[in-house]
Write a protein that binds this ligand. Sequence first.
Ligand code: PLP
Length: 411
Amino acid sequence: MKNTLPSLANFLKNLAPSSTILTNQLAKKRAAEGHRVFNLTAGEPDFHLHPIIQKAVIQGVEQNHCRYTEVAGLKELRERVAFLYNRSFDEITISNGGKQALFNSLICILDPDDEVLIPSPCWVSFPEMVKLCHAKPIMAETKSQNQFKMTAEDFEKHLKHNKKIKALILNSPNNPTGSMYTENELRVFGEIIKKVAPHLWVICDEIYSRIVFDENQHCSFLNACPELAEQIVIINGLSKSHALTGWRIGWSLAPKKLSHAIQMIQSQTTSNVNNLAQIAAISALPVYPEEKSLNEILDRELEKQLRYLTIKRNLLSDGLMNLPQITFDLPRGALFIFANFSSLHLKDETTIQLAERILIETGVALVPGDGFGIPGYLRISFSGSESTIKEACQRLAEYFLESKKNSILIG
Ligand code: PLP
């Protein structure tokens, strides 16, 4: 008999689900089945909500902040975000996390068949969001010896040879590699844009801008190339910096024409971000000179958390040193170590299968590099607790040293 059931859109066949969310769910499923799981998949800092933010939200409840807000977000919040960049509030749209801010920007910029240049390895959602806009991601492969950063030569080559490229997505600090572009490198990119592709949009995902280690400093593309402001979109939010992942506070900073388009899209999809979450965000951003003391309190808290994250990054790095034959660079920013595990694969084993084997045999959940565009690597988050990281490293080391003794490894 003929199948008369309604069908789904064809383009869904070309989309991949988020591999980070998938592995996180798999880990949670095993934990629910009663297995001990050490989940190092999610990029989700574990620090506690600051009392200043708690108080603001409780007040928001008491004052009955239950209604719709403006689609673009509460004006006071937009003004505070604009203050961070020394820009005007009508260039800011508050969205449901950096994720929605990014998707809104892409859908307003891209027509079907437009192409978007994305240095790879990259965050799993970049290429899939481009495909959701019926456009085409062009992956610019980078090399570990260049800290997984796109070189100026490669950038220029792509732009010269492919006139369909309408936008670049630049993520610094990068998920999954932890690499960061310096001010000088961004300036060189800016010169190339002016020379070769003056109409290029540059979408800068800066969600990890406040999670930067050692002597490294985050530089925004907007600061490196202010003369390109009319073609730059900045994506950021409070998910990572303030451990507010579940409250969905992100924003875009974009030229006014694009901002209006973004707000039109958001008005037809989700409308405003949760009113109370916006109240929380206002209290998390005491930016004005008269709020100096509040700002100092929250800044000190963020610095404390950064020191704690540095300790956890080093703990993970030291623990991984005990594994045979894996290689990695210490990340300069973000929440992950991206390690080359290719010598620990079994014969014919994919990295997805390797991650599953590790989960089953050791209880440690890691994200395979395939979703980031580079099999052979595993992404390991150090955003969880110290005890989880310690125990996970111990289990990995014991398992792989034992496997090596039994010489079941190919490499
Ligand atoms: N951009 C990158 C590079 C990310 O890693 C993430 C989250 O993991 C996001 C954006 C999305 O952040 P949000 O939780 O604010 O939507």
